[in-house]
Design a protein around this ligand. Structure first.
Ligand code: FAD
Ligand code: PHB
Length: 391
């Protein structure tokens, strides 16, 4: 098998890259370890920045997103028994976010690729990027028990944090930056109308809770829990009781409950691998960097990486100019680090830390008060949350 760009991973990064390359007349093949059914139903992110929405719409894959996505012009912070709205329309005029499930983005992109005759091989095993230092890299893999090799000009490692591409880069090349948090998030999807028109980021002495949504009939919730928490210890009644204890903290506000249709626990960490490239292998999305989900940035960073990578491949194929490819990592890392800082900052602002002493707690309280009372501080939160410009 031969193609121009071999893409490992059919998450948002790999699929969007394949779609954008196709629009530039560049061929690719996507290799994915899981089944189509699995990747289309994996519940994860929900918040799209304007730049991500624009990329999807301009690429022709945003029709359903425009129809079904929920455009939000603010978020609510809730702590100390008070609610504070971060009003995007006032603080960052003309900019908003769109709530639309990651698995819906994945479905739309798979449909677009298949409609255009694109090749996505699901349920491949034993994926190994090879010869990445020379001009003829390839990916060996197994499909339906058959050992195969995909030859290409380039390999795009879009295989997420636990993928194999990052590890294919020789030891000593990459520098890693890593931070683990002493908690995880329990996520729950529930068949109940959202109790709020906008997302609520809440915190009290029991910990952090987030009320998000997917549609007028589906709500999405997150709870700060211990990092090694067992989901079996969280029957639905306990989830609802804890959400109520952390969210029903302002007068007259009640949480509507309903059947939980999906739940799981995710660890929280920050991670960056630099540089995001070696030889003919380019890393994009979670394969190169992850953030705790508090800032809602992971999917948006993945989308940004692949728009930069598309431009770089397009320049190389049209004129042989490698300058953009050589500068790929540098072009992405500036935005990556802004998102790293913002995600760490939101996480620190909103979670309970067992390690905090009385002094640390006062500092946190003071910063929360500052964000709620200073227009400069709220504007900083707002501009990072909706996403900085595309470049
Ligand atoms: P992934 O989505 O991880 O895709 C990688 C793909 O590669 C997967 O399909 C995987 O099966 C495949 N793969 C892995 N190994 C191999 C292999 N060896 N061979 C072949 N295929 C392989 N981000 C936001 O922007 N906003 C949010 O609101 C938000 N909320 C989140 C909430 C939660 C609970 C979680 C867990 C994450 C959240 N994120 C959010 C982060 C976001 O989901 C990720 O950043 C995003 O999925 C990254 O996309 P990706 O394509 O880089 O990686
Ligand atoms: C989500 O709806 O899944 C979501 C929203 C905001 C976040 C993280 C996740 O910060």
């Amino acid at each position: 098998m031969r193609t121009q760009v071999a893409i490992v991973g059919a998450g948002p990064a790999g699929l969007l890259l394949s779609h954008l390359l196709h629009l530039r007349g560049i061929e690719s093949v996507v290799l994915e370890a899981r089944s189509r059914e699995y990747v289309e139903h994996r519940v994860r992110a929900g918040v799209l920045e304007q730049g991500t929405v624009d990329t999807l719409v301009e690429s022709g894959a945003g029709e359903r997103l425009l129809r079904e996505g929920l455009v939000h012009h603010g978020i609510e912070l809730r702590f100390g028994g008070q609610r504070h709205r971060i009003a995007f329309e006032k603080l960052v005029p003309g900019r908003a976010i769109t709530v639309y499930g990651q698995q819906e983005v994945v479905k739309d992109l798979i449909a677009a690729r298949l409609a255009a005759g694109g090749q996505i091989l699901f349920e491949v095993d034993d994926v190994v990027p090879e010869e990445i230092e020379g001009p003829r890299p390839q990916v060996s893999f197994t499909h339906r028990s058959q050992p195969l090799a995909l030859q290409a000009d380039f390999i795009a490692g879009c295989d997420g944090f636990h993928g194999v591409c990052r590890d294919a880069i020789p030891p000593g090349v990459l520098q890693f930056f890593d931070k683990e948090y002493p908690f995880g998030w329990l996520g729950a999807l529930a068949a109940v109308a959202p109790s709020s028109d906008e997302l609520i980021y809440a915190s009290n002495d029991r910990g952090f809770a987030l009320h998000s949504m997917r549609s007028p009939q589906l709500s999405r919730f997150y709870l700060q829990v211990a990092p090694d928490e067992d989901i079996e210890a969280w029957p639905d009644e306990r989830i609802w009781a804890e959400l109520a204890a952390r969210l029903e903290t302002v007068p007259g506000w009640n949480l509507a409950t309903g059947p939980v249709v999906e739940k799981g626990i995710t660890a929280m960490r920050s991670f960056v691998a630099e540089p995001m490239q070696f030889g003919r292998l380019f890393l994009a999305g979670d394969a190169a960097h992850i953030v705790p989900p508090t800032g809602a940035k992971g999917l948006n960073l993945a989308a940004f990486d692949v728009t930069v990578l598309t431009e770089a491949f397009a320049a190389w194929y049209s004129s042989g100019d490698a300058a953009l490819l050589d500068g790929y990592s540098r072009a992405c890392l500036r935005r990556v680090w802004r998102a790293q800082h913002f995600s760490w900052w939101m996480t620190t602002l909103l979670h309970s830390f067992d390690s905090y002493d009385a002094y640390d707690r006062r500092l946190q309280q003071s910063y929360r008060d500052y964000v709620c009372t200073s227009e400069a501080a709220s504007t900083s939160l707002a501009e990072n949350y909706v996403g900085l410009g595309r470049r």
